[in-house]
Design a protein around this ligand. Structure first.
Ligand SMILES: [Zn+2]
Length: 101
């Protein structure tokens, strides 16, 4: 499933993708190449496995493990505001924090 919608907080175009756990996750629409790295700073929702992996984001397909989408919460300039204003989303964001920690 894929839902296109502008971010309500910063206005950037985002896509919502379903994950293996059945939850929807807001992502930046541009797909990126990534390489698995448990210590990497990137958090990418893998297109194939529908799971978020810690990884390095690459500029090229060379040496990549696949294609995925970067969580919009990781890049949204208003992510903090978003958390304050939408208490009903705390569950999702709690999980996001866990995945990003
Ligand atoms: Zn945003």
């Amino acid at each position: 499933m894929l839902i296109k919608r502008d971010c309500a907080h910063c206005g950037a175009p985002i896509i919502w993708l379903d994950t293996a756990s059945g939850k929807m996750m807001p992502c930046n629409p541009k797909a990126v190449y990534y390489r698995h790295n448990p210590h990497g700073k990137g958090r990418v929702l893998c297109e194939k496995y529908r799971q978020v992996f810690a990884c390095d984001i690459l500029n090229t397909s060379l040496g990549s493990d696949g294609i995925g989408y970067v969580s919009h919460f990781a890049t949204c300039p208003k992510a903090d505001e978003c958390r304050k204003r939408k208490p009903e989303r705390q569950k999702l964001e709690g999980q996001m924090r866990f995945e990003m920690s």
